[in-house]
Design a protein around this ligand. Structure first.
Ligand code: HOZ
Length: 427
């Protein structure tokens, strides 16, 4: 007999491409069908068949407080009672912008949008408008959403879908996108040398988390800062994943490197569909109606989303100890994961920083796209299937991250490690 998730997937496939609204959710790369989620609370999710999971995806990052935090829920309910959308300015969006400018070191002005994809494409437009240049540099395996000019050597679902350069993107849209290997400053230097006065911006995930988690090596981010300064280009940090996670002020606070522009996503909305881009006042001043770079949106700064995000960000700002807790939990959890793998004689790598990490089924240290691609995806798939069978919800792809929240208990992390220990014994 079919499970409820299987029934829903069958119905969905008739009316939604691939049965899902985002490709990674199809679970295709781990050889199983998606779990349809009915509800979530704290560190747990429950699927449509009533199966309970310890959740290590957290809606791909934003649920840093755990699911359905009471303060966020209350803020959403209160805002919803006052109206769902006005398409007009509100006090909450001013409060949000003031909070972001206070929290994030490089942000002096900020514009709200509805997703990380939108934030990045708008930031790129602002960078081009400000510099009067067209070319941008991105890194192989970094994923900045699905806008045309950034679907070049992209990470995330495009890696497992086998389409690092998507069909349907006209060559003209990507002709100004230059790429370099992650962690390779000489390659960026060479691009600047080959394109003098033409590069508007370098965009980077300060911790790459869409080809699995790949850390910036010492000097990489500072080196990008220096190269951008030397060549009059802007440095854009895509903090959709690292923002408000590595530290309250994101990767730029954590690593002490100040970008010109930053992009943020879902974590700002506490799980609601939100994004934002912001940075230097002179750069952001090119955005309409102040300047000539047009960017707009009816739902931007949506009052319910702002209420959820404000509640979450204020809680994070009021509890600096949570960042210590997340960092210690991450060091212990991912450290023990690495130790278990080694003890079992597997050469696999666990990369992590704070509460963000991933297990790569490869013997090579993973420092860029090429080394990430040496991972044995069939082995990863077997491990992921074992997790689902034992009540652990992990990202259904070798090339995504695991996220911890403040709601994960030591007991839940220990239980997950013991599932790994058993798996390594038997597999
Ligand atoms: N890597 C994506 C989040 N940054 C996965 C989520 C999705 O594409 O649906």
């Amino acid at each position: 007999m079919m499970t409820r998730s299987e029934q829903l997937f069958a119905r969905a496939q008739a009316v939604i491409p691939g049965g899902v609204n985002s490709p990674v959710r199809a679970f295709g790369s781990i050889g199983m069908g998606p779990r349809f989620i009915a509800s979530a609370k704290g560190s747990h999710m429950t699927d449509a068949d009533g199966n309970d999971y310890i959740d290590f995806v957290g809606s791909w990052g934003p649920m840093i407080l755990g699911h359905a935090h009471p303060a966020v829920e209350a803020a959403v309910a209160e805002a919803a009672r006052e109206g769902l959308s006005f398409g007009a300015a509100t006090e909450r969006e001013v409060e949000m912008a003031e909070l972001l400018c206070r929290i994030v070191p490089s942000v002096e002005m900020v514009r709200m949008v509805n997703s990380g994809t939108e934030a990045v494409m708008s930031a790129i437009r602002a960078a081009r408008g400000f510099t009067g240049r067209d070319k941008i540099v991105k890194f192989d395996g970094c994923y900045h959403g699905h806008s045309d000019c950034l679907l070049v050597q992209a990470g995330s679902g495009v890696m497992t879908a086998g389409v690092p350069d998507s069909a349907g993107v006209p060559a003209g849209c990507t002709k100004d996108t230059l790429t370099a290997p992650y962690n390779c400053l000489p390659a960026v230097e060479a691009l600047f040398a080959a394109n003098p006065g033409e590069i508007a911006a370098v965009i980077v995930e300060p911790v790459a988390a869409n080809m699995g988690v790949v850390l910036p090596e010492a000097g990489f981010l500072a080196g990008l800062r220096r190269l951008c300064d030397d060549h009059g280009a802007l440095l854009i940090f895509d903090e959709v994943i690292t923002g408000f996670r590595l530290a309250l002020g994101g990767a730029q606070e954590f690593y002490g490197v100040r970008p010109d522009l930053s992009t943020f996503g879902k974590i700002i909305g506490g799980g609601m569909p939100v994004g934002a881009y912001g940075g230097r006042r002179d750069v952001m001043s090119v955005v309409a109606p102040l300047g000539a770079v047009y960017q707009a949106g009816t739902l931007s700064g949506n009052p319910v989303a702002m209420a959820a995000g404000l509640a979450q960000l204020r809680l994070l700002a009021d509890h600096p100890q949570w960042y210590r807790q997340l960092s210690e939990a991450g060091d212990r959890f991912f450290g023990e994961m690495q130790a278990l793998v080694r003890e079992a004689g597997r050469p696999w790598q666990v990369n992590h920083v704070g509460s963000l990490g991933s297990l790569f089924c490869t013997g090579e240290p993973v420092r860029d796209y090429a080394s990430a691609k040496t991972a044995d995806t069939a082995r990863f798939a077997a491990w992921a299937r074992h997790c689902f069978a034992h009540g652990i919800y992990v990202a259904p792809s070798q090339f995504e991250a695991m996220f911890l929240s403040v709601a994960h208990t030591d007991g839940e992390l220990d239980r997950t490690l013991s599932v790994l220990r058993d798996y390594l014994r038997t597999a």
